[in-house]
Design a protein. Sequence first.
Lengths: 398, 151
Amino acid sequence: MTTVETATGEAKTMVLNMGPQHPSTHGVLRVLLELDGENIVKAVPDLGYLHTGIEKSCEHLTYSQAITLTDRMDYLNPLGNNLVYCLAVEKLLGLEVPKRAQYIRVMMVELQRISSHLVWLGTHAIDLGAMSVFLYCFREREEILKIFERFAGQRMMTSYIRIGGISVEPPAGWRQMVNGVLKMLPSRIDEYETLLTENRIWMARTKGVGYIKPQEAVAMSMTGPTLRAAGIPYDNRRVFPYSSYEEFEFDVPTRTDSDCFGRYMVRVAEMRESLKIIKQAMGKITDQGPIKAEAPGIVPPQREKMKTEMEALIYHFKIFTEGFSPPPGDAYVTVESPRGELGCYVASDGSPRPLRVHFRSPSFINLQALPNIIQGQLIADVVACIGTIDIVLGDVDR
Amino acid sequence: MKAVAEVIEYHGETTIVVPRELLRSAGERCRDHLEFNLLSDATCVDHFPIEPRFELNYHLTSLPKSAKIRLRVRVNGSDPVVDSLISIWPGAGWMEREIFDLMGIRFNGHPDLRRILLPDDWEGHPLRKDYPTQGFRDVPASASYLKKAST
């Protein structure tokens, strides 16, 4: 049992248990709240209800098998998780990914960012009592998930990004599908803004709620929209570009109010920026070209080659039975997930299974600052604050 | 004692290995003189059975200079204790709790060193290499020596 020590020591405070089965904690988060009337004196988050030992399981699998586990961490951002893991392993191997595959990766990850922000916006709005926004957001998210299904065969656990490239060629008619979403979304995002941004109830529930000082946010290692809403323009896509992000033109939206409203505005602006990136990526993706790196023994050979070439058959067998062995060493890669800086640390000892895989999950680290954010707030605002940090419990507990 | 034991450059990443005793002062130097103001991540690797067994990695990011660096400390399995960096980067709090929980490293000066992901009454530290991937439930009695090794 986790116990809360009363900060004041007086009998007038009471301890309230919120979660783990509470709809507005977005999963299974438990927060112990010490209350003085309606005000929070102290908050202690209690996690681990969804811990599945993914890092340990990765050590038991080959490098390519572990990709399927990364999907299941942050289940709103599986493509981003695939990407960061593959980038780390590619760095270990010194593998160069073809440009075409890089652009497809960028497009998919940005679509994922929009779909993740849509889920966030819908659930955050429903937490604060705006039911209809939730329905609209999920309607649009469905269209994006249909694209993932066509590309990868799966709506959520895609495992689409593989070491050395992507798993399959984009499907026929993909441009039309993505164009459809690109055309639809700008007006829909305007609709959400009409519903929320100037809404008096929305402003009353979010403006000035959950303030955190910029220096404090950096000291607590916060990243992502929460940090950018505090006025610090730190975005991995801009500062440490990966997967050819340096070739794309986009803005990093920031705000200075650092409250729940600011974080909402930053995320809405990010959706529009993602649309810009997708449009550019579509222009850069050629109809023909390699989607996988030329790396025999690491990247599985094409099916046709396996039937005609002995070498290809041997490599295929080796990759799927034994795996491949990167040279001993380690690599740490960070990408910008919808929630913040997503990092992956992979260490190799020269064997076909990783020595250590560690994920720096943005939800886990951002959640750490929750007690600082909600201290002194009203109990009703706790829900708004948990919502705007945008945690995914699968990502927190791994 | 030399302040920096070793500098490793690999795949464009710089790793600075410091002795365990100097970890906190090295961290302070990184933050105050080199402007590494964001502690991106802290993690630990178990090299069992090689000694020094544990390798702690602190990934630092400098927002003003757009740079990354890795601080590394090697710790023996017989005495897995290092200084906590919570006084330099308060964000280290949960990262260190996670390492304590899963790897069993103790942090000097951490105000709230409890398990974070596993239940409080869990035995052993699962990310150690001498802890079986399947846990201890299905280990036959003849292999009970495994259980001794992790406690």
